[in-house]
Design a protein around this ligand. Structure first.
Ligand SMILES: [Zn+2]
Ligand SMILES: [Zn+2]
Length: 337
């Protein structure tokens, strides 16, 4: 059997181990992908730190871009040589009540989660369900496309399903790995986009991303500033601070939504605030493979790009540490080749 190099985690809080493994064979309705690049996402900590039930050893990685290298039986929509990507949502059963409603994220058999419930893209090869595979447009490089498979689709899909319409005030809370994409998408979708971050020094960068207004949460009252703009129809919350999220609720317009993408600590919400102005606090998951494909299509159309730091496969520990430090500008991507 031919071998490949892969990065696995063998136990919670264990190191990344670069190992030789047999190149996996695609099963029915699966393809094998020769991986070119894989983003390093904060959710990889679920595997690395053992924050979720994981069957070890596990190969992490759910921002995968590469080429179809082999197809298993009954693969209909993909052929060898196509450029493809795989994100967090790696497929669904297709038959349960949730799937029959089209709520694939809530698949009752448990959706396939790439790099968590099955091996992901920190390897030279991986297999994926054909349902979980997006086509990658040739205008995007491997490294450009990889973060769009999670950070990109999550922000894009949340915004386009948020109920906000062109011209509405949409605020993006946090301008890091998720937020720097969210701000670009919001601006290109035609929202009156507000960037909220800590410190006056981030304003120039926020404006480069396309925001029309900037709020420095360290020196300004975020809710009061949003109210001056008429209130936010949507606040896209990409930070990990519950307190920062809570501080925006008073700045929502009537019927406004605090749309949460960041896995923050719990925070208090005053029911009177919600009921008097019909506000919502809502979470959003990522998206399916067609959502990822449309995220990439929109990015090509409008010029939205992730800003990335690249690392070779051997430097995975450095890459992960950099991502976890919160100092990366702005996504970290591993190159396999
Ligand atoms: Zn992710
Ligand atoms: Zn299902």
């Amino acid at each position: 059997m031919a071998k490949m190099r892969a990065i696995q985690v063998s136990r919670a809080k264990g190191p990344f181990e670069i190992v030789e493994r047999e190149i996996p064979r695609p099963g029915p309705e699966e393809v094998r992908i020769k991986v070119e690049a894989c983003g390093v996402c904060h959710s990889d900590a679920l595997v690395k730190e053992g924050l979720a039930p994981v069957s070890y050893p596990r190969i992490p990685g759910h921002e995968v871009v590469g080429r179809v290298d082999a197809t298993g039986p009954n693969v209909e929509r993909l052929t060898v040589g196509q450029r493809v990507g795989v994100g967090w949502h790696g497929g669904q059963c297709g038959h349960c009540d949730s799937c029959r409603r089209g709520d694939f994220f809530a698949c009752e058999k448990g959706p396939i989660v790439t790099g968590l419930t099955r091996d992901g893209g920190y390897a030279e090869y991986m297999t994926a369900s054909q349902d979980g595979v997006a086509l990658v447009p040739h205008d995007l490089s491997d490294v450009e496309a990889a973060p769009l498979m999670c950070a990109g689709v999550t922000t894009f899909n949340a915004l386009r399903n948020s109920g906000a319409r062109g011209g509405d005030v949409v605020a993006v809370l946090g301008l890091g790995g998720l937020g720097h994409l969210g701000a670009q998408f919001a601006a290109k979708m035609g929202f009156n986009t507000v960037g909220i971050a800590r410190g006056k020094d981030k304003e120039a960068f926020a404006r480069q991303l396309g925001v029309k207004h900037y709020i420095d949460s360290q020196t300004q009252d975020v809710a009061a500033e949003l109210k001056k703009l008429g209130g936010a129809k949507v606040v896209l919350a990409t930070v990990t601070s519950g307190e920062a999220m809570s501080a925006t609720i008073g700045g929502l317009a009537p019927n406004g939504t605090l749309l949460i993408l960041g896995a923050a600590d719990p925070f208090p919400v005053a029911p009177i605030q919600l009921l008097s102005r019909k506000l919502s606090v809502k979470g959003w998951y990522s998206g399916t493979s067609i959502d990822s494909q449309e995220t990439m299509g929109f990015s090509v159309l409008t010029g939205v790009r992730s800003m990335n730091e690249e690392y070779p496969m051997d430097k995975v520990e450095d890459a992960y540490a950099r991502m976890m430090s919160g100092k990366a500008r702005f996504r970290v991507v591993l190159r396999m080749a």
